[in-house]
Design a binder for this molecule. Structure first.
Ligand code: TYD
Length: 203
């Protein structure tokens, strides 16, 4: 059995990620490939409990970062690695780039500490491909305000999301072979069409 793939989806809140991940999911399934759809924080029963804490409780930046990695350790061991090993393609709504973007870029948590936690938790394991949905934070904030009740992160300031966006773009510059940047300022259908085209053949 061929080894699977691990694909992650990133972007600031309101970038339209959820809708487009669904389009990518359907496109890959239509090729006859087994897809495992998951998310962070979350993805296992324990990690979903940690998610609930992360989205609702205020806490120290170090506690927050440790909880993201605690959730991630479970997720990798129980879901991501076993699925990729049996040949499935794992699609995860967010992964470690989000910690670099939100905790390091957004909150100013030290990158060196995240690098240490990443090395410890992942031991070199990471995504084959990361799709970054890039959007102006003001446009994203308008979309989020319209769509839903805001969680703890979504209530952050425009400055916060500008730092998060810039941190994502910097991660993409540092890892050009892994990242695919999608311009999410365009209308939904244009973005979906581009993604259908890419994922009907991407390997
Ligand atoms: P998300 O699932 O995208 O929220 P929603 O269900 O509202 O679309 O992610 C939850 C929040 O967690 C999001 O605001 C980003 C944040 N986050 C971090 O700050 N660091 C991380 O490492 C991860 C994975 C997420």
């Amino acid at each position: 059995m061929a080894k699977g793939r691990f694909i992650t989806f990133e972007g600031i809140d309101g970038a339209g990620k959820s809708t487009q991940v669904e389009v990518i999911h359907q496109t890959i399934v239509a090729r006859g490939i087994e897809v495992v759809r998951t998310r962070e924080p979350g993805g296992t029963p324990l990690s979903e409990k940690i998610r609930e804490l992360l989205l609702t409780q205020s806490m120290e930046p170090s506690t927050e970062t440790l909880l993201f990695f605690a959730s991630r350790a479970e997720h990798i061991a129980k879901v991501i690695k076993p699925s990729v090993e049996r040949g499935a393609w794992v699609l995860s709504d967010r992964f470690t780039d989000a910690t670099y973007a939100y905790q390091v870029g957004g909150r100013g948590f030290p990158a060196s500490k995240v690098e240490a936690l990443e090395a410890w938790t992942q031991e070199g394991f990471g995504p084959d491909l990361t799709v970054l949905f890039d959007i102006d934070p003001e446009v994203a904030a308008r979309r989020v305000a319209k769509a839903r009740n805001l969680d703890r992160f979504e209530k952050e300031s425009l400055d916060f999301f500008t730092r998060v966006r810039n941190a994502y773009l910097e991660r993409a510059r540092q890892n050009p072979d892994r990242f695919l940047i999608i311009d999410s300022m365009r209308d939904k259908e244009t973005v979906s069409d581009e993604l259908r085209r890419i994922f009907s053949t991407w390997d």
